[in-house]
Design a protein around this ligand. Structure first.
Ligand SMILES: N[C@@H](CCC[C@H](N)C(=O)O)C(=O)O
Length: 258
């Protein structure tokens, strides 16, 4: 069959997107998802998303990592899917959508999508790292000389060594200045470094605030693929009104035989 697809990127985190409102996609075919995401034999992407109908919101987000497995929340993916829904005319400038971690709100302003993330009330501080769940699990670790750091080797070692088969995403961080941080992320399910990770930079922003590296409630993150801003409120132990903001852009569209 011929399948129409769209390719989007959010700060270099790239996705194949399919309009599945008519239920055309074989959702359990993990091999097909992995093939479509393959950068040499397929379209190429860090993940694949389906936009589906939802009774309780404007649409439903279904997310797969590039290994073909359905996974937990993808922040950049969510922003790209909102841009796609806007492009299709499914939504105007504001929307709500359901994802694996619950209901999200978002706004669109040109190429910029601002996405409300889940509340976070547990931030686990260890001697050398911080662990928290922002819709997906994240290990956050400060390092020196981030541009030279071996993210692939260390990320893979920690992803399996510390977190076992189910794993965690691994974020390496270096403070640039005040509320500005550079971040590089090893993503589980991609099993490699991506150019950016939305739930990852959100985790970094909250972790840097929790550990006192910044007192600002608006944090700016530089990734390999561009800049993202995270804002939040903290009351007691809880981070709420957490927003992830940055560009989400359509790259191309096409048809693939599958
Ligand atoms: N790139 C994503 C995170 C995608 C999910 C992750 N790989 C996992 O399986 O936990 C983002 O932008 O948040």
């Amino acid at each position: 069959m011929k399948l129409e697809f769209f390719k989007y990127q959010g700060t270099g985190n790239d996705f194949v997107i399919i309009d599945n409102r008519q239920d055309i996609f074989p959702k359990n075919d993990t091999k097909l998802v992995a093939e479509l995401c393959d950068r040499r034999f397929g379209i190429g992407a860090d993940g694949l998303m389906l936009l589906e109908n939802d009774e309780a919101s404007d649409f439903k987000m279904v997310y797969y990592n590039s290994d073909g497995g359905q996974s937990t929340m993808c922040g950049n993916g969510g922003r790209c899917l909102v841009a796609f829904a806007h492009y299709l005319g499914v939504i105007g400038e504001t929307c709500t959508f359901n994802a694996v971690d619950g209901l999200h709100e978002a706004t669109v302003d040109g190429d910029i999508v601002k996405l409300k993330m889940i509340d976070v009330d547990e931030v686990h501080e260890m001697p050398n790292h911080i662990f928290l769940d922002t819709g997906s699990p994240h290990h956050v670790q400060l390092v020196k000389n981030l541009p030279q750091f071996d993210v692939q080797k260390e990320g893979k070692r920690l992803r399996y060594g510390l977190y076992g088969e189910s794993g965690s995403n691994i974020n390496f961080v270096e403070q640039e200045d005040g509320d500005v941080f550079q971040v590089r992320t090893y993503e589980r399910g991609v099993e490699g470094e991506t150019y950016s990770c939305g739930t990852g930079v959100t985790a970094v922003a909250l972790a840097m605030h929790e550990s006192g590296k910044t007192s600002s409630s608006e944090v700016h993150i530089k990734t390999l693929g561009g800049d993202l801003t995270i804002s939040f409120e903290k009351s007691g132990e809880k981070y709420s009104n957490v927003y992830l903001k940055g560009p989400a852009i359509q790259v191309f569209k096409g048809e693939v035989e599958c």
